[in-house]
Design a protein around this ligand. Structure first.
Ligand SMILES: Cc1ncc(COP(=O)(O)O)c(C=O)c1O
Length: 501
């Protein structure tokens, strides 16, 4: 029996070995598969087994064993051409650690993002690269823009993905729309409103902030009051679904107020897009950005944006130079615009293949059914969390279905719970940020993570960890409540179908 197997035999399970060594379970599983414990763990293994497995045994075994190699080629074969023997061995910059291909563990992602990527999206992403000006790629870009317009419910010609995460989409809106000296009202009810404020300041704008208590929505009346007090306001900026609290604001009402006072709007839809209705044309949104890694079930690193003609005209009319070359809308139009396709930057082609597939999945599901799925699994998760005695942070009518913020019960070590969920169940949930750090957990049911199997795993894993830590939770009750909620929703749907027939 090798040292990895002896460790598992000694502690009973791989999970227990992982817990004792404060490691991820996937690491221990890899040791068992590889048939040895890496040498650097020798001392810890001797310590946790109280000498039953000696460090020397681990070291000797590790020196004689090699990890399983994934590739079928021989050691001395070079994949990229002939090797000059020994040419690299003396390179002083060679890492001292022996580095293998990276194989991430399989996780269930139920935090605030990123969420799990749909398998079809992963497959599409691994297709061979093509050039970003290849006519086939250009055709795909047009389809992608069409699919984005569908998800955003807009006819805005300027709707495309910015190369970069949601923060880049945010910056893209501010840097193009806020000229030095422009007055901007920023509504803050969580972390991301604060980031908008940072952007205004860095663009040389004059911010007027409306601070709200975290966990409450933006109040359109307060926006109206601020606009009356600042009639020279050019822009109103707010977050539709505040990820740090799980609170949804009434975008339509805020935009209506802003337009009445002749101000443009910048809307953050990073967490809301495809999870709840985002109706760009109906609400008259001027500028909006989102992220690929949430309800779109795609890889992180792309930020879909959409701009009204009013915004495009305003940016074109700016006399000063936009302060960022990369983000200058006038320059990027040359690549993503309606007519021309000229080099601007090397587009992340495979990520764009992925976004195309992710949006196609939403098209196939149907946007309204996609919103309904997010609400359905939120309802089941909520039933389970409440059965466990957890209370939501946000009042029911303002909750973002796909971002469930629940208060940590009194006396619970919330960080320890998250650590155990990750180590023992390979499940990730989110912690609270800023003033809510240590006070809430955030359960995301977004995109491909929004599935019944994830909801049930989350409830049973949380229940068993809390019970094991001595808290008053009965494993099974939360799952029963969630099953009950699903059954009720199925019955209602069947009745509706019958009535419609
Ligand atoms: C509401 C909101 N805005 C902006 C961002 C920034 O997005 P990213 O992390 O992709 O840069 C996030 C990320 O979670 C978010 O939730």
């Amino acid at each position: 029996m090798n040292c990895a197997e002896r460790l598992v035999e000694h502690f009973g399970t791989q999970a227990e070995v992982a817990r004792r060594l404060k490691l991820d379970r996937a690491v221990v599983s890899n040791w068992v598969k590889s048939g040895y414990v890496p040498a650097r763990w020798a001392m810890e293994v001797e310590a946790v087994t109280e000498g039953r497995i000696a460090a020397l045994e681990v070291l000797n075994e590790a020196n004689h064993r090699r990890p399983i190699r994934v590739k079928s080629r021989g050691e001395d074969e070079n994949l990229f051409g002939s090797v000059i023997p020994g040419s690299d061995t003396m390179n002083p910059y060679l890492p001292s650690k022996r580095i293998q291909s990276f194989h991430p563990p399989q996780r269930t992602l139920m935090g605030p993002g990123p969420t799990e990527i749909h398998p079809r999206v992963l497959t599409t992403m691994s297709q061979p690269a093509i050039g970003y000006l290849d006519p086939i790629f250009v055709e795909m870009m047009e389809e992608l823009k069409g699919l984005l317009r569908y998800v955003y419910q807009t006819k805005n010609p300027l709707t495309f993905p910015v190369s970069g995460p949601g923060s880049v989409g945010m910056e893209y809106c501010f840097v193009n729309m806020v000229a030095p000296g422009d007055k901007v009202i920023v509504c803050i009810n969580g972390v991301f409103g604060g980031r908008m404020l940072e952007n205004v300041v860095r663009c040389g704008g004059v911010p007027v902030t409306i601070e709200h208590e975290w966990g409450t929505p933006v109040d359109p009346q307060r926006v109206e009051d601020a606009l009356k007090a600042n009639p020279d306001t050019k822009i109103v900026a707010f977050v539709h679904a505040e990820t740090s609290t799980g609170c949804l604001s009434d975008a339509k009402a805020i935009i209506e107020v802003a337009h009445r006072h002749d101000a443009l709007t910048i809307v953050d839809a990073v967490t809301s897009l495809a999870g709840v209705p985002v109706l760009v044309d109906e609400w008259g949104v001027d500028a909006i950005y989102s992220g690929s890694q949430k309800c779109l079930s795609c890889t992180p690193g792309l930020s879909p944006v959409s701009f009204s003609e009013r915004v495009v005209d305003r940016v074109k009319a700016r006399k000063d130079k936009i302060h960022s070359w990369f983000m200058d809308m006038n320059l990027l139009l040359g690549y993503w615009g309606a007519t021309t396709r000229t080099y601007h930057h090397t587009a992340p082609t495979n990520s764009l293949f992925a976004l195309h597939e992710a949006l196609l999945l939403i098209r196939e599901e149907g946007l309204e059914d996609c919103w309904a799925r997010h609400r359905r699994h939120h309802t089941a998760l909520k039933a389970g969390l409440e059965a466990m005695g957890l209370k939501y942070l946000v009042q029911e009518q303002y909750r973002v279905p796909q971002m469930n913020a629940a208060r940590v019960p009194e006396g619970v070590n919330e960080a320890e719970v998250r650590k155990r969920l990750l180590a023992e169940f390979s499940l990730e949930i989110g912690a609270g940020l800023g003033p809510l750090a240590g006070k809430i957990w955030r359960f995301g049911t977004m995109g491909y993570s929004c599935r019944p199997d994830n909801v049930m795993l989350c409830l049973s894993a949380l229940g068993s960890v809390l019970q094991d830590m001595g808290h008053d939770v009965h494993v099974g009750e939360a799952e029963a409540a969630a099953h009950g909620a699903y059954a009720q929703m199925h019955a209602q749907a069947a009745q509706q179908k019958k009535r419609a027939a």
